[in-house]
Write a protein that binds this ligand. Structure first.
Ligand code: ADP
Length: 397
């Protein structure tokens, strides 16, 4: 009686070799071409060994090993990036390679022996394929689930961004409407009166031109600030770092905006001890932060003092603090004032002109760009204190 299990046992190595070669040279199994010999082989010798046991005359089944290895093989193939068609092809090739290798022995066996061998090998291969696809499908499903979750998160984020930009756009349209309506109204009035010889060149006429001019400037400021914000949001700003003397950056700003403080009898006090003269930062961006915070402090303060103070906090951080004795900000508005176009009711109520609601939104973006963080402490009727904490050295710039 022919023992096909013995024949298969002796041919495990050659079947493995032939199969790997067949898989690698198959045009339709692209994935195998990028894998190493061991990765393509995976657990095949163990699977063949289990088929040997099944074929042996004792028919002692090693189905447990077969199932275990095939389940594992499915997970491995999913990780390696095989598609289902490639796996099916791989098994078709295995069947062909096994029967080619056993052909000399099969030709010598009786019809009953050959039929038994075919039946057992086919049954083993069917089991192997079914188990392999089971874990392969599970792994792919899990991957799909993860992708789905990821896509859902991305979708939520995109929707949020879309809504935010829609809101910003409608805010901007609203902001642009007031000065535009005013410009159009006063221009019409001016044109009507210029044709009237009695009022030509009169003082009210000049006042109308003034209004047109101031609203035009406001429009331009709004547009420039909005464009600046969108440049930051698009990540189009490149930092120009240099060792900076913070005291001198503050000095230049104070020189420019001191007249505004003097008009309101406000005192500006600068405290910079120790002098920070080697801070790695972008000089112009830092000046812009100081300008925006200090001009707000002046704008929202009727009497008292504006203090600009710097401190060395540690070997790694320094701070810039701008404090005023102004109208203060209600606690429910403290987070919202950093959003574009937001103005606190208290300041609107006080009828302050020339605000855009964009100054702090720009400050937040500049502070982020300089890897700092901004904190606000404020009390209505007492004053506000904006503190920016910066690193002494910037990471990865
Ligand atoms: P703007 O001053 O042009 O309105 P900002 O973005 O600079 O725009 O400020 C947003 C709002 O935050 C202001 O309208 C004001 O209500 C409030 N705010 C900012 N700074 C101060 C401050 N120092 N004191 C009181 N309120 C302030």
């Amino acid at each position: 009686m022919t023992d096909f299990s013995q024949a298969l046992q002796g041919k495990i190595d050659i079947i493995t070799e032939n199969w790997i070669e067949a898989v690698r040279s198959d045009e339709q199994i692209e994935t195998a071409k990028q894998l190493t010999y061991t990765s393509v082989r995976d657990s095949l010798p163990i699977v063949l060994q289990a088929i040997v046991t099944m074929l042996s005359q004792s028919e002692e089944s090693d189905i447990g090993t077969l199932v275990e290895e095939s389940l594992e093989h499915g997970t491995v193939r999913a990780k390696q990036g095989y598609d289902a068609e490639e796996i099916a092809r791989e098994y078709r090739l295995l069947r062909r390679v096994i029967f080619d290798a056993l052909e000399p022995e099969l030709l010598k066996g009786s019809a009953a022996e050959v039929s038994r061998a075919y039946r057992l090998i086919d049954a083993a291969l069917d089991e192997v394929i079914a188990d392999c696809f089971k874990t392969y499908t599970q792994a792919r499903f899990q991957e799909l689930q993860e992708l789905h979750n990821q896509l859902q998160l991305t979708n939520q984020e995109l929707t949020r961004l879309f809504r935010a930009s829609q809101e910003n756009l409608s805010h901007l349209a609203h902001e642009l409407k007031t000065p535009l309506t005013s410009i159009i109204g006063y221009s019409e009035l001016f044109l009507r009166q210029i044709n009237n010889p009695r009022v030509k060149d009169s003082a009210p006429n000049l006042a109308h031109i003034d209004k047109v001019l101031s609203n035009g400037r406001r429009l331009l400021r709004l547009i420039n600030d909005t464009l600046e914000i969108s440049r930051y949001d698009a990540g189009r700003i490149k930092l120009q770092l240099s060792a900076t003397n913070v005291r001198s950056a503050i000095g230049t700003v104070v020189e420019i905006i001191e007249p505004l403080a003097k008009e309101k009898n406000l005192e500006i006090v600068v405290e910079c001890t120790p002098v920070l003269d080697q801070v790695m930062t972008d000089y112009l961006r830092l000046q812009q932060i100081i300008t925006n915070l200090t001009s707000n402090a002046i704008r929202y303060t009727q009497a008292g003092t504006i203090t600009i103070k710097t401190e060395l906090l540690s070997d790694e951080q320094w701070s810039l603090c701008i404090t005023d004795t102004g109208i203060g900000i209600a606690s429910e508005d403290c987070d919202r004032i950093f959003q574009p176009y937001f103005r606190a009711d208290s300041s609107l109520g006080s009828g302050i002109p020339d605000t855009t609601g964009l100054g702090l939104a720009i400050v937040v973006r500049l502070v982020n760009l300089l890897q700092g963080k901004i904190e606000l402490v404020s009390e209505v009727g007492v004053g506000s204190s904006f503190t920016v904490i910066f690193p002494l050295e910037l990471d990865g710039v």
